[in-house]
Design a binder for this molecule. Structure first.
Ligand SMILES: CC(C)(COP(=O)(O)OP(=O)(O)OC[C@H]1O[C@@H](n2cnc3c(N)ncnc32)[C@H](O)[C@@H]1OP(=O)(O)O)[C@@H](O)C(=O)NCCC(=O)NCCS
Length: 330
């Protein structure tokens, strides 16, 4: 029997502390108008201070909500895949931390690193396990504490990011019912230098000097990332629709990584899908990296926008650069 991956439960968690643009203006030379005009962000949610709440802590909360909505327990899980660039520790994986917290002792657990596209890469991997019959119930998580890798003296990046975690329970379901129709993942390693963290890996192990120079923090060429994001997401959207015999008119809802409202608007215009079909929450959360697509899907799943039969187009892009598309029939 052929299987399809059905998302049977979703969950999202963001730390309680809401940080406004006016508060950001006390940290760096910026203002509410600039941030809103260039990114669409009004507030973001941040862990209280570094170390107060970890990616694993947030992932645990999102996962518990997703398991409850799916009506299964952690013991039912075969696999846990976490997309993150901010695991609790360098070793072990965040997925193993989550496994312990949930008591998911029957699952294998590992992380994938595709930055802001990490959860969509994880979803694509999960889909392959389901389709091959290797796993029946998988927890897919995107969790990120970007505030711990943000350079809080760089106004060009720090105003954009937020902390959060999202989770999906993905279960094997009949091929002809609701579920993931297709996924596609892409990377272009020639573009990595537009978004990266120079130190803290094997190439440049941390030293006091590198820490003082904030080389353990994100560096971004915003203009290049913007151009690559629009071009890549449009291409991925067009390819996955064409491959599955659909047109833009068939798409009822778009769940895209919330990197920047202007990127979303440009993609909407070029793919020719009205902006009101895009689920938007960047105004409240900022760019939460791998959590973004999952908390956005979760929001739409819970507020009734995801009606049965809706074709949902999912899109994400992140450092690498890596990008992904998925088609989901609700
Ligand atoms: C980062 C981004 C919002 C910047 O917008 P932009 O229109 O490209 O702006 P620029 O970087 O050209 O900067 C324009 C001016 O604003 C200034 N500026 C940058 N950040 C600022 C801030 N937070 N507040 C006020 N001014 C700021 C710059 O210094 C520059 O000033 P100058 O003209 O005097 O040199 C935009 O490039 C972007 O969204 N890129 C994609 C980022 C992204 O999505 N990354 C994650 C991918 S997963």
């Amino acid at each position: 029997m052929a299987f399809r991956s059905r998302i049977t439960g979703t969950g999202g968690f963001a730390p309680p502390r809401v940080v406004t643009n006016d508060e950001m203006a006390k940290i760096v030379d910026t203002n509410d108008q600039w941030i809103q005009e260039r990114s669409g962000i009004k507030t973001r949610r941040l862990v209280d201070f570094e170390g107060a709440m970890s990616t694993g802590d947030m992932a645990e909360q999102a996962a518990k909500a997703a398991l409850e909505r799916a009506g299964i327990t952690a013991l039912d899980l075969d696999l846990i895949i976490v997309g993150t660039v901010t695991p609790d520790m360098r070793v072990p994986s965040c997925a193993c931390i989550v496994q312990q917290r949930l008591g998911a002792k029957n699952a294998a657990a590992f992380d994938v690193l595709a930055a802001c596209a990490g959860s969509m890469f994880a979803l694509s991997v999960a889909d392959k396990f389901i389709r091959t019959g290797t796993a029946k119930r998988i927890l897919v998580i995107g969790g990120e504490t970007l505030s711990v890798i943000t350079n809080w003296t760089d106004r060009g990046t720090c105003v954009l990011f937020g902390d959060a975690a999202g989770a999906f329970v993905v279960e094997a379901a009949p091929e002809d019912g609701p579920g993931l129709v297709d996924t596609a993942i892409y990377s272009d390693g020639n573009t990595w230098q537009h978004l990266y963290i120079p130190a803290g890996g094997s190439k440049q192990p941390l030293t006091p000097q590198l820490l003082a120079e904030r080389k353990d923090r994100l560096i971004m060429n915003g203009r290049e990332v913007y151009k690559i994001a629009v071009r890549s997401l449009v291409d991925a959207a067009e390819k996955i629709l064409a491959k599955n015999g659909l047109t833009a008119a068939d798409v009822g809802l778009v769940v895209a990584h919330q990197a920047n409202l202007r990127i979303i608007e440009a993609v909407a215009q070029r793919v020719d899908i009205p902006l009101d079909r895009f689920v938007i929450n960047i105004d409240r959360y900022g760019n939460t990296s791998s959590a973004s697509a999952l908390i956005t899907f979760d929001e739409a799943a819970r507020d009734g926008r995801m009606k049965p039969g809706t074709n949902v187009l999912m899109l994400a892009i992140g450092a690498g650069m890596c990008w992904a598309a998925a088609l989901y029939r609700a």
